[in-house]
Design a protein around this ligand. Structure first.
Ligand SMILES: [Zn+2]
Length: 181
């Protein structure tokens, strides 16, 4: 596969829009999802930035149902599901849709660590806006604040003692250099 022949598709989430950082539209298709558009209230400064991006050529796409289901499956395995909003899942699903097209190379622009983590598992490129991107792939688990029991699934209240849980990183794997953009 020759990556030079692929056209770059930049997928931006809400954090990318709110950052106000300039987004390069030259020879690049820039897309987001309806969910991102819905998160921005008309009238505010954030909405103005969004309108400006629309004028520059930002497209709003809908991800496929299959990709949404795939993202839910994968993020359940990585433990990110509890940290991803519906919009975050849509962003990842949209990137997954583009990754299935031979001539397209999606890159997600986001500061969200869970989006980055799931993207990495899927071999989808991501770029950070302000924070440093993740250096390691990780898995979230949930630990009870009371009795300390650990849960693989996203459990908010401990079924044993009734205390609240918190998410912790249970293991990290180094990301191969070529995966970091
Ligand atoms: Zn407990």
């Amino acid at each position: 596969m020759d990556s030079k022949k692929k056209s770059k598709i930049v997928i931006i989430d809400t954090s990318a829009i709110l950052s106000g950082k300039p987004i390069n539209f030259d020879d690049t298709m820039v897309v987001t999802t309806q969910g991102v558009s819905d998160e921005l209230k008309p009238g505010g400064k954030d909405y103005q930035i969004f309108q400006f991006l629309i004028e520059k050529g930002l497209k709003i796409n809908l991800p496929s149902r299959e990709s949404i289901d795939e993202i839910k499956d994968i993020s359940t395995k990585t433990g990110d599901i509890g940290r991803l909003s519906t919009t975050d899942i849509e962003i990842l699903a949209l990137a997954l849709d583009f990754s299935k097209e031979k001539d397209k190379e999606p890159v997600i622009l986001t500061d969200d660590y869970s989006i980055q983590n799931v993207a990495n598992v899927l071999n989808i490129k991501f770029e950070s806006i302000s924070q440093h991107g993740i250096k390691k792939r990780f898995k979230w688990i949930y630990r009870c604040r009371g009795c300390g029991k650990k849960f693989e699934e996203c459990i908010k209240v401990c079924p044993i003692c009734g205390a609240a849980t918190r998410s912790i990183i249970s293991r990290k794997t180094n990301i191969k250099k070529r995966d970091i953009k």
